[in-house]
Design a protein around this ligand. Structure first.
Ligand SMILES: *[C@@H]1O[C@H](CO)[C@@H](O)[C@H](O)[C@H]1NC(C)=O
Length: 508
């Protein structure tokens, strides 16, 4: 009986929201976004008091921890989108283990070292995330002051690399996953002034052969007392098992490494068991709940439904994205209401993808522009079928986001990419984008880097990719896949990914 009334009100609210969101895209022509969650602001978030000692952080994170509280922690160690997926996995581990996640800053791996690191909350709306996940979220910056005069002078180390170097024991998944003698993925430890001793996660918990994707729940188990104890014991057979696996692989080219001390010693030579209070993992990107791999993008994906969809952009990033798109589409000042105008986003990932093409020539391997054009056309039809109005090219514009350089690379400008390009081909590609009446955001022309800093061109682009009512991306790009999922979830939008590899790959 107790649930009757709340249930009734929940139903009323659900019906209202549904009606409003339907009405908004049926009645307002191509401006359906004002009531979607992309445009909605963070609701007054439930304030979760942070479970840390009050006061400013000291140079030691250990000073900030509450003795009776447990935490969980991991590090960025890849390209930015994959690092975002890594953090989402950490958040899910926080739910599974009932530990408070400590969120690392992101590393500028593909952006240039002089961009320095950037805190999680500069990119994502951490208060809204915390409210929607019903748990407090601590950032590394809340618990350790790594900023000092000396390191702040250099843009590469600004804000980080200072503070006291603290020793700590962590689990490492990478040597077990890679199973080729690789060490831990611990790129970020220096920037956070940590000196880590790693215990390899025992073999035998992969969910995808050969060995890459690991069972996430097994990692969660290591964060409980008995699981931790068992894991430490089993880790002692790591060297033996690694040698067995490596010698059983056909055509194994890697030399079987000398047995290593378990736990792997840190720089000071200390061997430390994985910390009990702060469960810590090197890099948890290649994990999953039931099959790994493409699990993120499956309609039933636990990580998406539990965590990923709640990772909304920070207010500053959103307002910059709205400003850039409104400017580009020429929305007059008196028509701007602080929400994103409707458009279709296209993400054509080309520059680095072309590296996997040889011996096939680049232009026969990357998807041709007409494949994107066709998908855009299908997206318009699908939007119309969903009840959106004015989805034709006159009303609903297209914004192209691509890493294709504006100027064809030469041996002087990019030795890696230059051999793949025919002379003038990048300029010709952008010209054909313009010839279709599509727009793009030219960060160079708009001086985005000098205005907002090096991180922001990528962040604004990623945000714009998520902000259309339609999205057409590039197959096998995690950046595209996450943008499509966000478009569908947040904007009630529609989209698809263009396949590539051979001239007819996207035939459908
Ligand atoms: C961190 O330490 C530096 C150097 O002592 C100090 O100037 C700065 O205010 C501290 N930052 C915080 C957030 O306490």
């Amino acid at each position: 009986m107790y649930y009757r009334r709340p249930l009734f009100w929940v139903l009323v609210i659900v019906v209202c929201i549904f009606t409003l969101s339907t009405l908004s895209h049926l009645n307002n022509g191509p401006s359906p976004l004002s009531l979607t969650s992309w445009n909605s602001q963070s609701k007054a978030p439930a304030a979760y008091p942070l479970p840390i000692r009050p006061g400013p952080p000291t140079t030691r994170f250990k000073d900030a921890l509450l003795p009776d509280h447990k935490y969980i922690f991991t590090f960025p160690n890849a390209g930015w989108t994959n690092d975002v997926m890594n953090v989402a996995t950490l958040l899910l581990l926080g739910i599974l283990t009932r530990r408070t996640p400590i969120l690392s800053p992101f590393h500028p791996s593909h952006i240039g070292k002089d961009a320095s690191l950037i805190p999680f909350s500069k990119i994502f709306d951490i208060e809204r995330l915390s409210a929607e996940l019903h748990m407090p979220l601590v950032e590394f910056e809340d618990i350790k002051n790594t900023s000092d005069y000396q390191h702040d002078l250099d843009p590469v180390t600004r804000g980080y690399y200072g503070g006291e170097t603290e020793s700590m024991g962590c689990w490492t998944l990478w040597p077990t996953q890679a199973a080729n003698g690789a060490g831990a993925r611990s790129l970020a430890q220096d920037s956070l002034s940590l000196d880590l001793s790693f215990t390899p996660i025992p073999f035998g918990h992969e969910i995808e052969k050969p060995y890459l994707h690991w069972n996430l729940h097994y990692l969660a188990e290591l964060a409980f007392p008995a699981g931790r104890k068992d894991g430490i014991k089993q880790a002692q057979s790591f060297n033996e098992n690694l040698a067995k696996i490596m010698s059983s692989k056909p055509n194994n080219k890697d030399a079987i490494p000398e047995p290593r001390k378990i736990p792997f010693p840190n720089k000071k030579g200390e061997q430390i068991d994985p910390d009990e209070q702060v469960a810590c993992f090197d890099f948890v990107y290649f994990t999953g709940m039931y099959k790994g791999g493409t699990e993120w993008w499956d309609e039933s994906s636990p990580i998406w439904h539990l965590v990923g969809r709640h990772m909304h952009w920070a207010p500053l990033i959103k307002s910059l994205a709205i400003e850039y798109v409104s400017d580009r589409l020429g929305i007059p000042a008196n028509k701007r209401d602080g929400t994103m105008p409707p458009f279709i986003a296209v993400h054509a990932r080309r520059a680095d993808f072309a590296r996997v093409c040889p011996p096939r020539p680049r232009e026969e391997c990357l998807a041709p522009l007409r494949a994107y054009t066709r998908r855009v056309e299908e997206t318009r039809q699908a939007l119309a079928a969903k009840g959106f109005q004015n989805t034709g090219p006159e009303d609903l514009k297209v914004i192209m986001l691509s890493d294709e350089p504006k100027v064809t690379p030469t041996m002087e400008t990019d030795r890696l990419l230059a051999p793949l390009y025919a002379p003038g081909s990048a300029e010709a590609w952008w010209k054909s984008v313009a010839d279709q009446g599509w727009f793009w955001i030219d960060h160079e022309e708009l001086n985005s880097v000098s205005k907002h800093g090096k991180w922001y061109t990528m962040l604004i682009d990623a945000c714009i990719q998520s902000a259309g009512i339609g999205f057409v991306g590039t197959d096998r790009s995690t950046m595209s896949s996450i943008a499509l999922r966000r478009t569908e979830e947040w904007n009630n939008g529609v989209g698809s990914l263009v396949r590539w590899g051979r001239p007819d790959s996207d035939a459908h």
